[in-house]
Design a protein around this ligand. Sequence first.
Ligand SMILES: [Zn+2]
Ligand SMILES: [Zn+2]
Length: 240
Amino acid sequence: MEKKYGSFDSWEIVNDSIIIKTTDLSLFKHNGSGIPKQSKWFWNVDKILPENKIPLTLIFNRKKYGAYIEVDKTKFQRARLFWYSDLGSIFRKTYPFYGRENSSYPLMRFRKLNSNIYEISLIDMVYDTDFIVNFESQKEGKIIKSQSIRYERDPHLRSQAIKIHGLSCMACGFNFFETYGELGKGFIHVHHINPLSSSKEHFVNPEIDLTVLCPNCHSMVHRNKNHILTVEELRMLIKK
Ligand SMILES: [Zn+2]
Ligand SMILES: [Zn+2]
């Protein structure tokens, strides 16, 4: 099947390893969701026969859970993804207000680790841009650096960066929801890699030019005023 990216129903295929579902009440209630036919290639189910179940492993908060995809026997061959009630009840506990009027639902991000193992994270799109410290503003190269801050704060780029890179620090792995619970939902800093090169192009690709860091790691990559560290360089410095 032809690989297609983009939005289909309430799903967005971001790239070869990331797919995002905009959740709703039904997903929380029924422990799963239909998956659009355009995404069958992503889940490697374009060749499965109706009524066959393809087992999957889902990883949530570092624990493994069972799940499966099945295709119905109608001529539409609709595919659906289900997880078992152990994971379902964890999701419901994580979002206890689901089902209430005007309650907002998180995005569910699936990161493919291999063809049948996916890591799930729940993403609340909370814009904490006021909390982003002006690391760069007082230093040399003001224009370039304030441009970089602008990219880190741009709500659209920010949400794209979080969809692609998730909510765990790319340097140390810290996740605010895992540590702070409800209060930490949706919190992370977005960092603009290589502000010099991309300021020339005036185009920021959130997949390549942006990454996500916890405030500690974000401060550390900017600490040396003459050299913004790469995420890899910082990772090498972190003492285990
Ligand atoms: Zn970190
Ligand atoms: Zn930064």
